[in-house]
Design a protein around this ligand. Structure first.
Ligand SMILES: Cc1cc2nc3c(=O)[nH]c(=O)nc-3n(C[C@H](O)[C@H](O)[C@H](O)COP(=O)(O)O)c2cc1C
Length: 318
């Protein structure tokens, strides 16, 4: 089985991929989406989204990073995909799941799921534009407003030439509202022959076991769960290999937060270094009660270096 770290705009960037793949358990990463509307981007854009291109398309820990595109014009997406392949991308993923209004208004992301034939055309154009040995995959939701076209869309993706499909088991209308409908994944799995990757609401090892049972999928993708519980991939792999489960305790988690701070402290991140640190601490509250308590202090701190000092202090007190 494989565990993929989900693409998450504004959350899973080069630095987060670096920290999380160091922990282990992940077989593959996918970049945040690159939105294609009317241009072929210069190499600098691709290096921004995927700095790993400069290191063989892998994180320092050796985990491949596929580049994700989103758009409605398959030919233009294909041209962009061809460039990024020349730069060394080990794989291309196509986004049919984004629920953002600005994106959907242009009939991209999840909006395309209203027209399986367009989905097919996009996948086909991208598949034809990149070298035969470059994997092309797609990621979709169960539908736009309802699930009526779920199977057609999955089949359109397969017949377009994708080698793998990831399904976030909710419609666009459902946003992120629990539960994810893992039972639908079992139906999709029956309808296609390419590997299906289950995604949505896998927060713990128990969730993984249930998702696997209900969906029948051996491959999974984890997003928020991997941020809230950075050892999730490793623990799932430990379980599958019948090894001792290696959890990350809070003191080690604080060390990871400091490592993350060191990586991002001098970078011009859009939401700012403090924003990223606070975002992570907040999500960690789901797993670590200590994080919830620590967030109360951290949220009031403005300067990133002061957050780092607070983390160091918390670490010393343990
Ligand atoms: C903040 C955020 C950003 C996301 N960005 C992307 C993205 O760039 N591309 C994509 O395909 N999915 C994106 N997603 C969806 C996730 O990849 C995933 O499908 C979703 O979060 C459900 O999985 P989870 O329950 O494991 O988090 C994003 C989700 C969140 C919460």
């Amino acid at each position: 089985m494989t565990v993929t770290l989900a693409p998450m705009e504004g959350v899973v960037d080069f630095y987060m991929r670096e920290i999380l793949t160091r922990i282990g358990g992940f077989d593959l990463c996918v970049t945040e989406f690159i939105r294609v509307s009317n241009t072929v981007f210069p190499a600098s854009t691709f290096y921004k989204y995927c700095p790993e291109l400069k290191q063989g398309g892998k994180t320092y820990s050796g985990v491949p990073v596929h580049v994700q595109f989103m758009g409605w014009d398959g030919n233009l997406m294909g041209e962009n995909a061809a460039v990024v392949c020349e730069l060394g991308a080990p794989g291309i993923d196509i986004n049919f799941g984004c629920p953002a209004k600005t994106v959907n208004r242009r009939n991209a992301g999840a909006a395309l799921l209203q027209w399986p034939e367009r989905v097919h055309e996009v996948v086909k154009a991208v598949r034809q534009a990149v070298p035969d040995n470059t994997p092309v995959s797609a990621k979709m939701r169960l539908g736009f407003e309802d699930t009526s076209l779920a199977l057609e869309n999955a089949q359109a993706i397969e017949s377009g030439g994708a080698g793998k499909l990831t399904v976030h088991a909710r419609t666009k209308l459902e946003g992120y509202k629990p539960p994810a409908h893992w039972d639908w994944l079992a139906r999709i799995k029956e309808a296609i022959t390419i590997p299906l990757v289950a995604n949505g609401d896998i927060w713990t090892l128990e969730d993984y076991k249930r998702c696997r049972e209900v969906s029948g999928c051996e491959h999974i993708m984890v997003g928020r769960g991997a941020i809230a519980k950075p050892d999730l991939g490793r623990v799932i792999k430990n379980f599958e290999a019948q090894e001792t489960l290696r959890f990350i305790a809070w003191p080690e988690m604080l060390d990871l937060l400091l490592d993350y701070y060191q990586l991002i402290k001098d970078t011009p991140l859009p939401a700012g270094v403090s924003g990223r640190l606070k975002q992570w601490i907040k999500l960690l509250s789901r797993t670590y009660p200590e994080a919830e308590e620590f967030f109360v202090t951290a949220r009031l701190i403005q300067q990133p270096k002061d957050i780092a000092i607070a983390i160091e202090e918390a670490r010393r007190k343990l």
